[in-house]
Design a protein around this ligand. Structure first.
Ligand code: GLN
Length: 456
């Protein structure tokens, strides 16, 4: 009740939810009854979880932030949601996002713009802006987002919460609306590393319904976080940390750079060795990402044809039924991505764009491999700036895309990355949070969470 009251009070300003569950209280009462009957409780019993609205839920609408799916109700739960319910979690509602995950502010949502709880005149980041803002404003305990090119990490940074993008394949994508299937992962938000670790543990693991989900054993991410090492004076002794040189140069706010440098010194004080490393292909990642993500999305979004899912603009003629339904249902950002992707994949341009972008992807993977052979983790800012004003970049898509420079390379390489608050710059009422990104080797979430927990 306390959470729901807070949600009701704050929602008129924040607008992080597209739908609030009518059953949350009933679900909580069911947990109460279990307690009375001394029944066994799951690890997330009674914990309120917000779920990004591109993740399917059987008992609530799932719009993907798009008008084309305004009335869509899935016939199933996404595997991640199913697992949460099995752990006793209460799904409190569906959070706002940029349409189908395409954007960095939530301004491209087909429904509403979410505000940053630190300063409501600013964006919460995106595309999982609703999930980040909901945790930041304490409207729920933890939340799920998705990260194709930074959509968990950048909003975590803007909203001053913890955000975890797991390794590609660690969490099943079954029931996650596809944006760019080779990059998409479901990720987690929490207000501490421990909360985030518990949530990640609950949703991870192989799933027969997603052939790209990994069969690797899932360690109990949170159990290691209570270890006595925390009380040692140099708990990170022996840890090799590489600061990515290319992320602390031109185009990055001074306040962000100084917070990251302070975080590097803090890691040193905790016992680790910090060196500077170079990822030579770093700046190529951004154009390669936008070509690959748009290309995959142009194919994935062809399923929204007005027949199989969502809203239909009726017509006697099949092609105009398709065309009118799509013209009417998709917003401008999505249309632009479909056009860009279709162009990049077209016969005459395929070699010049899509193929070259795939080659860059291999370069990016190799340079991470070299850097992570020599270092345990790599660090960088999660975004080149703190949260900016609503409307500031709305009409300048290239400026908005440039803000993804810190995160997209990690998706191209499929690696895990943890973002946590590491400082503030002046602005808003109480300052604006800066996020530190820690990148690890594939399937080494355990190390990131451990270092993050000690750091925080
Ligand atoms: N901002 C990036 C994009 O618009 C990343 C989005 C995401 O991770 N879903 O593609």
């Amino acid at each position: 009740e306390e959470y729901l009251n807070r949600l009701r009070q704050t929602e008129p300003q924040i607008q992080s939810f597209l739908h609030v569950s009518e059953n949350a209280l009933r679900d909580a009462q069911a947990i109460d009854q279990k307690i009375e009957r001394n029944e066994e409780l799951g690890p997330l019993a009674g914990v309120l979880v917000g779920v990004k609205d591109n993740i399917c839920t059987v008992d609530m609408p799932s719009t993907g932030g798009s008008r084309i799916l305004e009335d869509y109700r899935p016939a199933f739960d996404a595997t991640a949601v199913k697992k949460l319910r099995e752990c006793g979690a209460i799904i409190v509602g569906k959070t706002n996002l940029d349409e189908f995950g395409m954007g960095s502010t939530t301004e491209s949502s087909g429904f509403q713009v979410t505000a940053n709880p630190w300063d409501v005149s600013r964006v919460p980041g995106g595309s999982s802006g609703g999930s980040a803002a909901a945790v930041s404003a304490r409207q729920c305990v933890v939340s799920l987002g998705s990260d194709t090119g930074g959509s968990v990490r950048q909003p975590a940074s803007f909203c001053g919460v913890v955000g975890m993008k797991p390794t590609y394949g660690r969490v099943s994508r079954f029931g996650l609306m596809a944006y760019a299937s080779s990059l998409d992962v479901i990720g987690c938000f929490g207000s501490s590393v421990v909360d985030t670790a518990i949530l990640l543990h609950a949703i991870s693991g192989h799933d027969i319904l997603d052939a790209t989900s990994s069969k690797r054993v899932v360690p109990d991410f949170s159990s290691q976080l209570t270890s006595m090492e925390l009380f040692e004076s140099k708990p990170l002794r022996g840890l090799r940390v590489g600061v990515i040189r290319e992320t602390l140069g031109d185009g990055v706010d001074m306040g962000v750079i100084s917070s990251i440098k302070a975080a590097a010194s803090h890691l040193e004080e905790l016992g680790s060795t910090v060196i500077e490393v170079s990822l030579p292909s770093f700046s190529l990642g951004l154009p390669a990402y936008y070509i690959l993500a748009s290309s995959e999305s142009s194919s994935n979004l062809s399923r929204y044809d007005g027949v199989r899912y969502g809203n239909q603009v009726a017509s006697d003629e099949l092609n105009s039924l398709y065309g009118d339904s799509r013209a009417n249902g998709f917003g401008p950002e999505v249309k632009m991505r479909i056009l860009m992707g279709t162009y990049a994949l077209s016969a005459g341009y395929y070699d010049a764009y899509y193929k070259r972008a795939q080659q860059v992807r291999t370069l990016v993977q190799k340079s991470f491999k070299t850097a992570l052979d020599e270092n345990d983790i790599l660090i960088s800012p999660a975004a080149p700036s703190v949260a900016y004003k609503i409307g500031e970049k709305k009409n300048d898509p290239l400026a908005m895309y440039a803000g993804d420079i810190m995160t997209v390379n990690v998706n191209l390489a499929g690696l895990p990355a943890l973002v946590l608050p590491c400082g503030f710059v002046e602005g808003g009422v109480a300052g604006l949070p800066v996020g530190l990104q820690m990148i690890g080797a594939a399937f080494d979430e355990e190390k990131l969470l451990k270092v993050g927990h000690i750091f925080e």
